[in-house]
Each structure stands twice: as structure tokens, then as C-alpha cells.
Design a protein around this ligand. Structure first.
Ligand SMILES: [Zn+2]
Length: 662
């Protein structure tokens, strides 16, 4: 059976009480072979990555580290288990970690790898990575043909049988989603037609398989992590206009989860966070394609619950991969496995969608918080390796993966995150340009005939400089985000002239004018120290400087090199911490305003020699000191230094402190 019949689809809809489904059949379909129309009203869109180039700075450096890592991974090694599964010869040395031939999730990383190559090509124009991705796709095509034309994975279809028989198996649909998403990314970013054909073959296989599964059985199968199967199939519908893909996607919309969210019920306690996040990203894509308000409502409710009630000061969410408490209960949720990086990756994807529907600064504020504290800083700039978690229990350290022996889920989303660092910096509509994140970059907007250059050392400095180059004068509303932390007001100059800048925090400073080449906007966003208390335990506090979460440098006592990198032998549990945390001291706050007792290290009143510092990365430390981003906690029983969490490597740290008022 190649597709669901109309009657079968009708039965499916009756079983799944999703009002949106009716809208799906109401909407006139596109011409076969043409992209589907998006029925939702999207008010602002991010620019395609190829129109944004990072300029020299932290993001550029990390992008480059990631690019180097992508180059070092050998195609034959990545393809090894795909070839073996297809019965094709392979003599490549097997990869380790979650890519080992005896690990059931094997093959997931190749999907991420293809996505990362596609994204990196758009971000940098790296032709070698484009060719490499296209060559891998060609090899995957051979594997698919050897498998009979549809099935493509690094494990046999027998894994799917285990799903239907409710036998233990590690998330086969999760892996299929990564591969399909990788193929679609190579199609989109590298213009590779075979990649789309292979994805279509996989979708056809899945449609045949799902056609034999009843709705009750499917509902049980959806209890096993399935990544963003709904998202990638909606994306396939968007590209091809073939309604069958949307119908298949809908079978992966989990009614139980979506019904609760649409009714405004937070039943997230106990759920696996990243599993759930990926499903809701699928709902967001569905809303854009079919415009059903119910989908928007459930996504926005979910976003608010996670961003505003289930996230730490870092903008990250989850503990031991789950939401283990009700909303707003976080004080006892600090551990060595807080905030899985995949969750931050998926939450930023979701934020990008939600901002487009309603371009308000609250969404971009969250993006900045999670980006600066939960993405940047999860890569070790020394070697390009990334973390699985960001531990938030005091006294732990960052644990990094190994280049060829980890391949965690977060290694996969990591290579994607650091291949799209130029994403979501700028958004636009017909007549507005949004500057959401402050990263040195050059934006090309050919439809308007303009290039915008953003130069800044933010957050090492408070100044952001925007300069226009226009083919001819262009009338445009410039909207610069005023962050939540900019409570001391902002200052703006246009071509050197001071402007009225009475924009409150979490809003946009807006100026409509006709811009011409050489026009320059200088924005200053004064940063200050502020406290981020736990919602359910106000005496448990983190300290922030502007957008940056500060971490107490607790030294590297007892830390060995082996403890800071993954266990290469235990593939399945290699991400576990080997070693115990040390307690952080209780702080005594002489005054409520932290600026009174947490002083910049550069402060003339403090002798730098008196500050005990054990720096993991001396370069970063020096940079933090020089730019005023390093602090000394004064009037405590022992010397304590704070630096941005994103810059602490190779030592133990504390983010949340028990603070006693003096
Ligand atoms: Zn992960």
C-alpha cells in the first residue's frame, strides 16, 4: 500500500481528536510537485543563513572549530554501519560511542552530520563540505537501493518489528528522523536532488509500514521517543506539496500530549524533555502549513511553560533528561545532568517559530539567554568538543565528548548548533528589520538592495554599531531589541546624533527612515549585575551580568584530564560524571544590590594579586578581566571569583548559591 486512502485517512482523523485535521483536508492542496502554501500568518521571518556571514569574534571562532571537526570525520567511517546493514562491503574502522555497531541508535549522527554540512555550507560557503555531503548522499542512495529501494538506516527493519511487538528497542524513529532531516537539509542548502529522492523513498517505506498499524497500536508506538518524525514529514509536504506526507506526519502528532497542551494543561511532569520538545516543534511546523489556531495555541502554551516556568537562569531546561517536578519547582532540580544541550537546541528552534508568529522581544530575550549561556560555552574552544549537559549543581565541571568515541545525541545537535550561529540574529517583514541578537555579522538583503554590517565585541563591550550600505535609498523600520536586562536604559545615536531612546526592557527601539549608504546607528546597552533567584527558593540565587550567567570559579582540585572527557570504553554511559562534586560556600550578602559587594576584578580598589584564580583557559580569563566580565565576591570567608559560565573550562564551578542576608 503506497498511501492512505481517503477513507482510511478519515478514520485516522476520527481517532485523533485534533480539530486541526479538518483544516488540513479543507485547505486546497498545491499543484502536484510544487511547494505547499503556508496558511498561517507569519509576521516575521529569519533571513536564510546564506545571507548572514559571521565576522571575527567568539561565534566566528567556534564556527571555525566546528568546521574543522566536520572535516576530520571520515565519510567511510560514518557510512560503515549503513553499508554493513545493506550488505555492502566496508572495511572502514568503526566509530565508537553511540555509533558503535552494537549500539541501537547507530546512524543517528550521520543525519546530524548531513544537516551540519548543509548548514555550514550556507553559513560559510565551504565547498569541500558541500561536496562531501553530496558524496555521502550518493553512497546512502546505493545503500537504499541495496536494501530494496525504501529502507535506509544503519540497523535492520527488524528494529521496527520490535516497536510493534512492544519489545525493548532504542528509538528507531528518532534515528530515521535525523537521517531524513539531514537529507532534506542537504537538499535545501546544497541543492542536491538525490537527497530529496532518498528521503521520499524513506517516507514511502514508512507510509507502507504505518499503513499496517492500527491507531491504538500507533498510539503505543508514539510512547517510544520518535524525534521530530512529524516535523520532517510536514517539511517533506512543504517541499513536495504531496498531501500524503502531511497525512503521514499527522500520524506522528501525539494526541494525548497535544490535547492537554491545547487545553492549557501542563502535564509535562515525568516526561522526557527532549522527546517532548521535538514533537512540539512538529506541531509548530504544522501550524505554519495549515494555519489552525489550535496548533498555535498548544505550541505557545508549551513555550511559556518551558521558557518561563521550567527553565533555569541559563535558559536551559530538564534534569536527568526529564521534567521531574511541577512548573516553577526547580530548586531541588540541580544536578550533574541538568539541562541537556539537545533541549536548548530544540527550544531555540521552537522560539524561532514562535517569534515569527508574534515578533515580540520576550521570545528574542529567551533566545539570547539560552544562546549565550546554553549554546556558547558548551563547546571547548581549545578543541571543538561539546558537552551533553551543563551541570548546575555546585562543584561539578563541564564534561566534553571525544571526537570519535562519543557521538551522543548532543554531539549531533552540537555540530548543528555551531554550524548555524548566524541564525536568528536578524528577522524581517516587508518593511521592518529586526536586530535580535548582538553578534558581529554582515547581513545581505538583496530584495532591498542593502547590506547591514553589525560590528560589536558584545558582551565584552556594551556598544553595537550598525552600518548600512544601500544600492539606492531604502525606507525601512529598524527595530533593535532592548533586552530584559537593560534596566538602566539604552543610548542610541544615528549618524552621531543622539536619539530619543525611551524604550523599556523587553521591547524594541524602533526608527523608520530612508536609509542610505554610510548611515550608522550606534547603540549602547549598559550592563549591570542582577540576581536570578530560584522561583521556589528565593535564597538560592544565581548572579548575572547583563545577559551572562556568572559562575564561581571553584578550582580544579582533584580534577584529572580523564574526568573532563567522556569515558571512551562505556559507550552507552560515557557521558556520566566520574568523580564527586565539591560543595560551594554559602555567600553572605551585605546588601540586596549585588553591585555593592560583587566588584569587577579590574576595580582599582581590589588588588588583582589578592584574587585567587584557577583559570582553565587563561586566554579567556584574561579577556574576561580586561573587559570587566570577571568579578570578585568581597566580604566572604574565602576569596571567590566569578566569570561568565560560557567561559569557564577545566575547573569546578558554581552557578546557584545559598545566599544569607548579613
Ligand atoms: Zn542530547
Amino acid at each position: 500500500m503506497t498511501s492512505l486512502t481517503r477513507r482510511e485517512f478519515g478514520t485516522l482523523l476520527a481517532a485523533a481528536p485534533l480539530a486541526a485535521a479538518s483544516r488540513m483536508s479543507e485547505r486546497p492542496g498545491p499543484q502536484p510537485g510544487t511547494p505547499a502554501k503556508e496558511w498561517a500568518r507569519v509576521k516575521a521571518r529569519p533571513f536564510p543563513l546564506r545571507q548572514v556571514r559571521l565576522l571575527s569574534g567568539t561565534c566566528y571562532t567556534l564556527q571555525d572549530r566546528n568546521r574543522a571537526y566536520l572535516h576530520t570525520l571520515e565519510s567511510d567511517r560514518l557510512l560503515h554501519t549503513f553499508r554493513l546493514t545493506a550488505g555492502l562491503p566496508s572495511t572502514a574502522r568503526q566509530l565508537g560511542g553511540w555509533e558503535r555497531p552494537d549500539i541501537e541508535l547507530r546512524g543517528h549522527f550521520l543525519g546530524h552530520y548531513l544537516s551540519a554540512c548543509g548548514l555550514m555550507y550556507s553559513s560559510t560557503g565551504d565547498e569541500l563540505l558541500k561536496s562531501k555531503a553530496r558524496a555521502i548522499v550518493a553512497e546512502l542512495g546505493k545503500c537504499q537501493r541495496a536494501n530494496g529501494g525504501g529502507w535506509l538506516a544503519a540497523f535492520p527493519p527488524a528494529f521496527m518489528q520490535r516497536l510493534t511487538e512492544r519489545l525493548p528497542v532504542w528509538a528507531p524513529f528518532y534515528t530515521l528522523h535525523k537521517i531524513m532531516a539531514g537529507l532534506l537539509d542537504v537538499h535545501e542548502h546544497c541543492g542536491d536532488a538525490p537527497a530529496l529522492e532518498i528521503a521520499l523513498g524513506m517516507a514511502a517505506w514508512i507510509r507502507r509500514w504505518a499503513g499496517a498499524i492500527g491507531d491504538d497500536a500507533m498510539a503505543r508506538i508514539l510512547d517510544v521517543e520518535y524525534g521530530g518524525m512529524n516535523e520532517v514529514l510536514y517539511d517533506l509536504y512543504a517541499v513536495t506539496g504531496d498531501r500524503a506526507h502531511a497525512e503521514l506526519a499527522h500520524r506522528f502528532d501525539q494526541a494525548r500530549l497535544f490535547d492537554a497542551l491545547a487545553d492549557g494543561r501542563d502535564e509535562l511532569q515525568g516526561l522526557h524533555s527532549n522527546t517532548t520538545l521535538a514533537k512540539v516543534v512538529g506541531a509548530a511546523r504544522r501550524y505554519e502549513l495549515f494555519g489552525e489556531e489550535r496548533d498555535r495555541r498548544l505550541v505557545e502554551f508549551f513555550w511559556r511553560q518551558v521558557a518561563l516556568h521550567r527553565s533555569y537562569c541559563t535558559g536551559g531546561t530538564s534534569n536527568a533528561q526529564r521534567w521531574r517536578t511541577g512548573p516553577g519547582i526547580l530548586a531541588r532540580e540541580l544536578g550533574s545532568t541538568t539541562q541537556e544541550c539537545c533541549c536548548t537546541y530544540n527550544m531555540l528552534k521552537l522560539t524561532r517559530h514562535v517569534f515569527g508568529w508574534n515578533p515580540e522581544a520576550v521570545y528574542a530575550d529567551h533566545h539570547e539567554r539560552a544562546f549565550l549561556n546554553g549554546i556558547i560555552g558548551t563547546m571547548n574552544p581549545a578543541d571543538g568538543m561539546t558537552t551533553f549537559y551543563v551541570p548546575l549543581e555546585s562543584g561539578y565541571w563541564k564534561l566534553f565528548g571525544l571526537p570519535f568515541d562519543s557521538f551522543w545525541c548532543c554531539t549531533g545537535t552540537g555540530v548543528e548548533s555551531f554550524a548555524k550561529l548566524g541564525d536568528s540574529l536578524f528577522f524581517h517583514d516587508e518593511s521592518s528589520l529586526y536586530v535580535n541578537l548582538f553578534v558581529p555579522a554582515r547581513l545581505q538583503w538583496p530584495e532591498k538592495g542593502l547590506v547591514l554590517r553589525m560590528e560589536t565585541r558584545f558582551p565584552d563591550e556594551e556598544a553595537i554599531h550598525l552600518e548600512f550600505q544601500c544600492e539606492k535609498p531604502v525606507t525601512l523600520r529598524l527595530r533593535v531589541r532592548v533586552p530584559y536586562w537593560a534596566t538602566r536604559g539604552i543610548a542610541v545615536k544615528v549618524n552621531g546624533e543622539k536619539q530619543e531612546a525611551a524604550a523599556p526592557p523587553t521591547s524594541y527601539w524602533t526608527l523608520e527612515r530612508t536609509w542610505k549608504t554610510g548611515d550608522r546607528v550606534d547603540v549602547s546597552l549598559p550592563m549591570g549585575l542582577h540576581v536570578h533567584p530560584m522561583p521556589d527558593d528565593p535564597a538560592l540565587q544565581a548572579f548575572m551580568y547583563g545577559p551572562l550567567v556568572l559562575a564561581g570559579a571553584l578550582g580544579n582540585e582533584g580534577l584529572t584530564y580523564e574526568m573532563m572527557y567522556a569515558d571512551p570504553v562505556n559507550a552507552r554511559r560515557g557521558e556520566g560524571m566520574r568523580g564527586q562534586p565539591i560543595p560551594a560556600p554559602e555567600l553572605v550578602a551585605p546588601s540586596a544590590d549585588p553591585a555593592g559587594w560583587i566588584r569587577p576584578v579590574g576595580d582599582a580598589s581590589i588588588d588583582r594579586r589578592d584574587v585567587e584564580i584557577v583559570a582553565g583557559s587563561p586566554g579567556d580569563w584574561t579577556r574576561s578581566v580586561d573587559s570587566g566580565l570577571a568579578f570578585h565576591v568581597t566580604q566572604q570567608s574565602r576569596p571567590l571569583s566569578l566569570v561568565p559560565l560560557s567561559r569557564i573550562f577545566g575547573q569546578r564551578y558554581a552557578v546557584y548559591w545559598r545566599v544569607k542576608q548579613a
